[in-house]
Write a protein that binds this ligand. Structure first.
Ligand code: CP
Length: 315
């Protein structure tokens, strides 16, 4: 496996939050908070990555991750390149590794990679040149580390930096969710007081992945007194048939409604990584309601990704 931390404790790549030291995680969160005022414009940090080039190399669709990385790179003064697999020479059989080497030869040394296969970004990191940095922007169901980081930033802004008293509930299609896996790693590393995971048994991963979590299929019981409710998208594109009985049954048992949300703490926040299936895992009234932090998460994505790109690429 490619090391993502160098001998000095700096990030070399960002491939997963699993095993990422707490000090590194907190340093990135602190830096994202400092960069937040510059995330939506201004010239103050435009020299940080001047002369560097960053490519978003996406083999799967994205709205939030790709756009926010492009904006983050631009805010830091980097040149940005958007690789679109659907119109590229990968359609003629060029491999992802040859694509990476081709772009490296043009002077690109920061790659933000999304791929449908778990481990694909690690494999590219193995063949990358010495000065090249890779960020995993989602590999299959395995990891989405920058989403995990921006989720932690959003919780920290709302609830403070000490996670030891927090009750966090993760709900839904955990089995297919790379976001849930990254969130769970980060929540454990930050010493979260209680992590609850809720979903139908068919959509939960193996017990080993849920170590340290309180697991239940009863959504109403799981909501009782929680500070953070993290709803997950039902990933129908990754599902084999028969994992749920019907969309209607799923919404009845695992959809977050205004009425259900009243069982959480009065000041609980609602999160969702997006894109949402409104009316399935979350009702529109909740998604757009006063407790929702869903668009805050999106906004935090730019600052968090600035912090990651700066750590990887600033000289
Ligand atoms: N949360 C997330 O990864 O969204 P996108 O698929 O739009 O990038």
């Amino acid at each position: 496996m490619t090391a993502q931390i160098d001998a000095d404790g700096r990030l070399r790549h960002l491939l997963t939050l699993e095993g990422l030291p707490r000090a590194v995680l907190e340093r990135l969160l602190d830096r994202a908070e400092a960069l937040h005022p510059h995330a939506h414009g201004g010239a103050a940090v435009r020299d940080r990555l001047a002369g560097r080039a960053v490519c978003t190399l996406f083999f799967e669709p994205s709205t939030r991750t790709r756009s926010s990385f492009q904006l983050a790179a631009a805010r830091l003064g980097a040149d940005t390149l958007n690789f679109d697999a659907s119109t590229s020479s990968t359609r003629k059989g060029e491999t992802a590794a040859d694509t990476l080497r081709t772009l490296e030869a043009m002077g690109v040394h920061g790659f933000i990679v999304r791929h449908h296969e778990a481990g694909a970004v690690d494999a590219l990191a193995e063949v990358a040149g010495a000065g090249t940095c890779l960020v995993n922007a989602g590999d299959g169901s395995r990891a989405h580390p920058t989403q995990g980081l921006l989720d932690m930033l959003t919780m920290r802004q709302a609830k403070g930096a000490d996670f030891s008293g927090l009750k966090v509930l993760v709900v839904g299609d955990v089995r297919h969710s790379r976001v849930a896996r990254s969130d769970l790693h980060a929540l454990r590393t930050l010493g979260t007081g209680e992590i609850r995971v809720c979903g139908p048994k068919s959509l939960l991963p193996d017990d080993a992945e849920l170590a340290g979590c309180t697991v239940t299929g009863d959504f109403d019981a799981a909501l009782e007194g929680v500070d953070v409710v993290m709803m997950l998208r039902l990933q129908r594109e990754r599902m084999v048939d028969g994992l749920i009985t019907s969309i209607e049954d799923y919404h009845r048992d695992y959809g977050l409604t205004e009425q259900r949300l009243r069982q959480a703490a009065a000041d609980a926040i609602v999160m969702h990584p997006g894109p949402m299936n409104r009316g399935i895992e979350i009702d529109a009234e909740v998604a757009d309601g006063a407790q929702s932090r869903i668009l805050v998460q999106v906004g935090n994505g730019v600052a968090m990704r600035m912090a990651v790109l700066e750590e990887l690429l600033a000289q």
